[in-house]
Design a protein. Structure first.
Length: 378
């Protein structure tokens, strides 16, 4: 009987150990599978000073201090929006803010600058803003004459120009650009990755200090081809090339992850393609693949956890921010909808993630605003 009693206690202990191990594994799996949640902050940013108003916000980035920088288009403001700037003034408000504005975490304006200066031509239609590991500011434009990227210090000091305004040479030119949409700088090699996606169909890489050409590639890592593709048809096999046009961009953004993967937003093809740094194709994923018009994958940034588990993708056609699991590019969630209220979107265009996991979004066309979505944990 003693032996039987002893065996019973052993059996109970085994069951308890297995149960605890199973519960621990399930707990870890549940935590890993939880999707990030966000809540809009309707009071961010604070009202602008100096009787300023902003136009279409076409770029956003976060610096090393968690300050939020935006690029907007003063030229997109209607006369009634800048009535105080008319000659004579038509109303008390407002005047256009400078195109680049720095906000602190609380939403206060820290500084603002921009416009044509000595040694460079300011873009006619501003598009894209990136802040690199040295807090340098990168911008570009997508007007038919905007074929260049500009680099500045945070105080507006001009550092570098890549490309030549008014000159372009196609998707395989090694010196001239199309109409560059967005960019990222890989801090390891100090290389600038450009989503050369308006007019051209490629990712092109330059030295971030000298502007020296390094390499470029098209869809699936192949040599880009500028031949007409026809309209996007989701029922057909995926296009072998990035899709673009004079007004719409296929390669609308590019981001480099901490583990050295390059994510290209092929907007009108409703897909994101992933490459190694040398342009070797890794994989692709589709987002709301039946979407027509301007497509779905407008920009991309990573979740703030060390593994960068999730991708956040603004979709200015469906007016949502998609959440994808980075490992397999599966869509696992979204937030937002079309509308004018806080937390809703009209042509959501870019986004950026700060060190706390908060997301900041921009809107173009008639949206003309920036919003903050506070990370709620997962």
């Amino acid at each position: 009987m003693k032996h039987v009693h002893h065996r019973c206690w052993i059996a109970v202990l085994v069951v308890l150990v297995v149960s605890v191990a199973t519960w621990t594994a399930c707990e870890k799996m549940t935590i890993a599978d939880k999707i990030p949640e966000f809540k809009v902050d309707p009071y961010w940013p604070k009202p602008l000073p100096n009787n300023w108003i902003i136009g279409q916000v076409s770029g956003i980035a976060i610096d090393s201090k968690d300050h939020i920088w935006i690029l907007h288009r003063p030229g997109s403001l209607d006369p009634d929006e800048i009535a105080a700037a008319m000659d004579p003034p038509v109303a008390q408000c407002c005047i256009a803010a400078p195109p680049i504005i720095e906000f602190d975490k609380a939403g206060n304006v820290v500084q603002a600058w921009g416009g044509t200066g000595q040694g460079y031509k300011w873009p006619t239609r501003e598009h894209g803003l990136f802040i690199d590991h040295e807090d340098n500011i990168w911008i570009a434009g997508i007007d038919t004459s905007d074929h260049h990227v500009l680099k500045f210090r945070p105080d507006g000091t001009f550092l570098l120009q890549i490309g030549v305004p008014g000159k372009t040479g196609g998707s395989n030119d090694t010196k001239l650009l199309g109409r560059p949409a967005e960019f990222d700088v890989d801090p390891i090699a100090n290389e600038l990755y450009i989503a050369d996606g308006y007019l051209n169909r490629r990712i092109v890489v330059f030295d971030a200090n000298t502007g020296e050409y390094k390499r470029h590639w098209g869809a699936y890592g192949n040599r880009p081809d500028d031949a007409p593709l026809g309209p996007y048809d989701p029922s057909l096999p995926p296009s072998k090339h990035f899709r673009t046009g004079l007004e719409n961009s296929a390669i609308h953004a590019v981001r480099v992850s901490k583990d050295g993967l390059v994510y290209a937003c092929d907007r009108e093809n409703d897909r994101i393609q992933v490459f190694q740094r040398d342009g070797t194709f890794v994989k692709e994923g589709f987002v709301a693949k039946s979407t027509l018009g301007n497509g779905t994958v407008w920009d991309v940034d990573f979740s703030h956890d060390p593994e960068q588990t999730f991708l956040y993708i603004p979709d200015g056609t469906n007016q949502v921010v998609w959440i994808l699991r980075r490992a397999n590019l599966e869509v696992v969630g979204s937030f937002g909808r079309s509308g004018r209220n806080a937390g809703q979107f009209h042509w959501v265009h870019n986004l950026a993630v700060d060190s706390k996991g908060n997301i900041y979004t921009t809107e173009v066309q008639h949206g003309k605003r920036v919003q903050k979505f506070v990370y709620q944990g997962k």
